[in-house]
Design a protein around this ligand. Sequence first.
Ligand code: ADP
Length: 640
Amino acid sequence: MFNLNIDELLDAMEHIFFFIDNYWNVNFVSRNIKKILGYSSTDVLGNNIADYIFKYDLRKAFSETMYSIQTRESKKVECRVMNKKGNFVWMEAIFKPLFDQEGNLSGLYGVLRDIEDKKTVIKEKEKNIEKFKTIIESTKGGICVHDDNNILEMNGLFKKMFGIEDEKCAVEKILDFVSNNLKKPEIFLNRLDSLLKSKGIRNGRVETKDGKVYEYYTKMIHKNKQVYGRIWHIFDVTAQVKYEEQLKKKEEQYRKFFELMPDPIIVHKNGLILYANKAAKEIVKCENLVGRSMYDFLHEDFKKIVMERVKETYEKCITLPWLEEKLIDVDGNIIDVEVAATPVDLEGEVVSLVVVRDLRQKKELERNRMMLNEAMELERLRSEFFANISHELRTPLNVILGAIQLMQVYIKNEDIKTQENLSRYIKMMKQNCFRLLRLVNNLIDITKIDSGYFEIHPQNIDIIKLIENIVLSVKDYVERFGLNIYFNTDIKERIIGVDPDKIERILLNLISNAIKFTDEGGSIFVKISNSQDYIKISVKDTGIGIPKEKLDIIFDRFRQVDKSLSRNHEGSGIGLSLVKALVEMHDGEIAVTSEEGEGSEFTIILPAKLAYADDKIYIEKNMNNNYVERINIEFSDIYS
Ligand code: ADP
């Protein structure tokens, strides 16, 4: 047998045992009160327990216990007890009435247990539940959590949406609501099975008979690794759907506008076409533009500049002004267009909206107008030319006729005076015949050039010698007009392939013009500059010069700078156009510089190439009597 020590046994317990008499005076308390509440047994023995330890709640419990003694039931209560330090500690107290042998109440016995930790956990839990409730109530959607049969959680909004009044209800009730109120319940119910099985988030929309649209999100939820149920989050999106529908309608309208626009429109990102309207597809004759690069339809010459413009649109976010470009359609035709681009923010992404204007019609009109103007101008010049030519033909003929008449008068007298007069008239007739001949020659040549029958016969010839000879042969002639002519060259000999007759005509024409438009006492300079690839021949005078604005047109056929002025000098206006044509037949170029009142300089550049490989063989141009006659012809419209 072992000796049972009650005190030691009680000490080991977590509960304080006590006994109080009918007056609530403590008759017994276990020693562990010291460990649990800080009091020693002597602190409390003999004292009124209610005044001393138990405050507030316990008084009520005591009274109730007293009243319940008849039933001899025990009483359990959670209460706050003050410890020796003066702090309250949550305890659970169990009381039971104690009766003596006669059955009279002799007091109460009971146990006290520290439940402070349990209380804290409960409080925390309550707080969390409170928080959770606030959250689910404050969301804009209806929330419901259910397991297979019952609704586990539900916020106010959800109850309102589904007309649920009870705190707890069966899932069936919601399914009833769905079947009775949805516009097309079968669609949702057909889907429901797969929704309930799915683990991830699933969503969708349902429409009720009263025209409301709800969007739902649902997900399986777990607790302690077990499926706990399913959560539904439901939003009323009726207004949003209406807005979306309106937006869609508007979008459709805008799309139609774009489609109907007569101007091509594309939207692209860095050249990749995202949208193209009907007109855009039509202009390049390609149905499937989306996904293609817009550079596929851009003329090579414009790719660089357009790429720079695209970069600029994105960098500076600015609208680019109209630019004339050329597109290429799928058949390779070139299309003249005008293009403007503007950056557009498309859901946070900047893209380019490009508007194209088809310039084909406009260009065609412009071309037609230009052609018409040119034709009209040519027509005007032609009429002017014929008026001019008639004059040119009539003047020398009149002179010749007059001379013949006078000769008829004088022919009978044979004195010296008559002889002199006769020879003067003959000279006059001869010069005028030359003039007519020159005019006819020039007209024939121009016609031949126009019809492509004019030919040049290049020979390897010393161009320096050729030109020097021409200058020498006209020297006397020039000096007769009170002018000086100088020849200058920076090389002694240069053999190139030219047609000597044509070079002679070019030179004589230029020199004859220089004589015509330079007053007495002036000078004419003929200069040759040599270079490896070409020979430069310049004919410069100190004459009246040519107005700046006329410099561009003097090589045009039938043009004369000043009608009234040229009338003093005569001329048909075809000399320089013939010169230009002859120079160009030699693959050369002619240019003019002039200063009014200072003089003019005509510069010819001839390529230094041979007519045939052997540069030793060349024909020296024969300066015979024919040559003098040719000068007479070329110079025939200069009057002394
Ligand atoms: P034209 O037969 O009338 O001389 P050209 O074609 O030779 O025709 O010359 C055209 C016009 O260019 C002349 O009418 C004249 O107005 C101007 N012109 C040509 N050469 C000279 C020059 N050296 N000095 C000034 N004007 C010139």
